[in-house]
Design a protein around this ligand. Structure first.
Ligand code: NAD
Length: 242
């Protein structure tokens, strides 16, 4: 249970982040969801009974302001979930350089921004960071060079940060989902070739639901995971078994 804990969830207005926000609120946490768009953010906040703050995670000052506001309102911060991200952008030859820099600033810098801003408060709370990478942080995949590079960096960011802050009581872990049904994957679901690829890659022969990521996210935020740090947990129906 997460009774009395306060969590910030970036990209918490839809998809995986929203499922995590729902689970955390159900388990008794105070939840602040962060996203770029006001209307879906306010709708999510009303639906889940949580707080919404607009912020682009690629801007450090904005992320730091979210953390400060959360601490001012709830008296501390126990869990920082760095989930916000944008999807794969193609093979290197198809990429505009601007696409690369944009993806890195959201998917990778965004994780660092959330972690950096939360750090002093997590020390006070003996809290936890949960990053969201991907199976594409553990292996390559088609048309995903920038995405896989950022996600691979998050995997090692998690290990390095876990090492540095273990003695200070901060746990840092990471979720590595396979293909999960959200708006991010919606455009490729109709693509037969991609669907065949996913079925071939996934021994369970199905895609995942956002709720199947929310359960492990709740565990890693809870006191049940008090001796768990530096883990990059595949949630992938077996994708990374072969
Ligand atoms: P989604 O598109 O449904 O939701 C993404 C969320 O991130 C939204 O709330 C969006 O507003 C937010 N966001 C995007 N850019 C932002 C920015 N600059 N600042 C603040 N918020 C921003 O996607 P999803 O599938 O729920 O993905 C969530 C995370 O899970 C991402 O990091 C993604 O890479 C990762 N992931 C998804 C899958 C999948 O198959 N869906 C698989 C592995 C990993």
């Amino acid at each position: 249970m997460l009774d009395g804990k306060t969590a910030v969830i970036t990209g918490g207005t839809k998809g995986i982040g929203k499922a995590i926000a729902r689970r955390y609120t159900e388990e008794g946490a105070n939840v602040v969801v962060v996203g770029r768009s006001e209307q879906p953010g306010q709708e999510t906040a009303a639906e889940l009974g949580c707080r919404y703050i607009q912020c682009d995670v690629s801007e450090y000052d904005a992320v730091a302001a979210v953390v400060d506001q959360t601490v001012a309102e709830y008296g501390g911060l126990d869990v920082m979930v760095n989930n916000a991200g944008i999807g794969p952008t193609g093979a290197l030859g198809e990429l505009e350089l601007a696409d690369w820099y944009q993806l890195m600033s959201v998917n990778l810098d965004g994780v660092m921004h959330g972690s950096h801003a939360a750090l002093p408060h997590l020390k006070d709370a003996q809290g936890a960071i949960i990053n969201v990478a991907s199976v594409l942080g553990l292996a390559g995949g088609p048309g995903s060079v920038a995405y896989a590079t950022a996600k691979g960096a998050i995997v090692n960011f998690t290990r390095a940060m876990a090492y540095d802050y273990a003695a200070e009581g901060i746990r840092v872990n990471c979720l590595c989902p396979g293909v999960i049904e959200t708006d991010m994957t919606d455009p490729i679901m109709g693509d037969d070739e991609f669907y065949d690829y996913v079925f071939h890659q996934t021994p369970m022969q199905r895609i995942g639901d956002p709720e199947e990521v929310a359960g492990p996210a709740a565990f890693l935020a809870s006191d049940d995971a008090s001796y768990v740090t530096g883990v990059n947990l595949p949630i992938d129906g077996g994708w990374t078994t072969h």
